[in-house]
Design a protein around this ligand. Sequence first.
Ligand code: GDP
Ligand code: MN
Length: 397
Amino acid sequence: MDLLEHRGKSLFAGAGLPVLPSRLACSPAQAQAAAGELGLPVVVKAQVKSGGRGKAGGIRLCRAEGEVAAAAADILAMSIRGQAVTGVLVEKAVEIARELYLAISSSRAQRGPLLIFSAEGGVDIEEVARRSPAALVRAPVDPLLGLCDYQVRDVVAAAALDPELAAPDGTPARQALAGVVRALWRLYASSDATLCEINPLVVTGSGEVVCLDSKVTIDDNALYRHAELKAEADAGAEDREARARKAGLAFVALGGDIGVLGNGAGLVMSTIDQIAAAGGSAADFCDIGGGARAEVVAAALDVILSAGTVSALLVSIFGGITRCDEVARGLVQVLGQARVDVPVVVRLDGNAAAEGRAVLAEARLPGLTVAAGAAEAVRLAVAAAAAPAGPGARREG
Ligand code: GDP
Ligand code: MN
């Protein structure tokens, strides 16, 4: 389960990691009030489970009082990579002197935890790894020994901070950085995390070390050991139905692992029955109705896939008024942008079906199969869901 930034930061605070004072807001008025309590300047940040919010315009620095409500209104109206923004974090802003990168991630290649540090933070870490691999510290952590002092010193050395640099309270920045590395390891180990990432970890103009962002993923298999987080995961399921209603979708979560999306309640219900008859189990009922604008398809995919338990997706469209080629264009648009990492099977019949199939064939989306009909689509989706995770499985990191 991926945690939102504000949730990750409350785990950070509990683990003794330095975070700035902040408040969660769900309306422009709440954001404005939060800024009043915190004092300006503040940063208003979209709370969605996706990186790159800065580039998408989901993060705004506000220096004047009048800017906060407007920034929050803009950001709350956004949808970032298919995820509607329903909350913003209003956080005290700081002056950034240096941006660093620090993460502990469960590495398949290492078969264990991997500590990753870069003196170049704030940017895409994959980009740094490509451009200057030597700039990264990569230290496998022995899960029995835990993080060793020499590994902490390696990070501090790589950061190359001025030894004289200290916070106003006298704490040397190098010592603060070492404390952050140790605390992040303790949090990773004690929360059954598969990822704890701080990007950027900043050194402020006044010599303090602060976690400006958080990205935490908890192993779903360990959620039963974390009652509080588990409750949130369950509450998230209700959120999905509310989100679906807002997008004008008829949606019911069902608990299986094959995501179902179709147009028309009867078609969707019979598809669910066919999946059960073929030995599979549907994750949801989702009817996108007539017409098929890309935004509707995007919202449906977001709602269906955000459960995190879907192992294959079945899209079944029978075009009456709906033109299959419009649905196909919507799918191409959404699947081309979003990170959909499960196999997708599409069935298109009826109005403009041939054109729709041509659109999909031309797009050559990896992991997408066009079925010859409804029965074949069900067979393929059930087989894909039963297959061990292949190239469609989540990438490491
Ligand atoms: P992401 O784009 O989703 O990874 O969001 P981040 O939380 O990492 O924020 C993106 C960028 O916004 C950071 O790299 C900073 O440059 C900037 N930013 C965030 N908080 C502050 C702040 O308090 N002060 C300033 N000046 N910039 C900030
Ligand atoms: Mn970030």
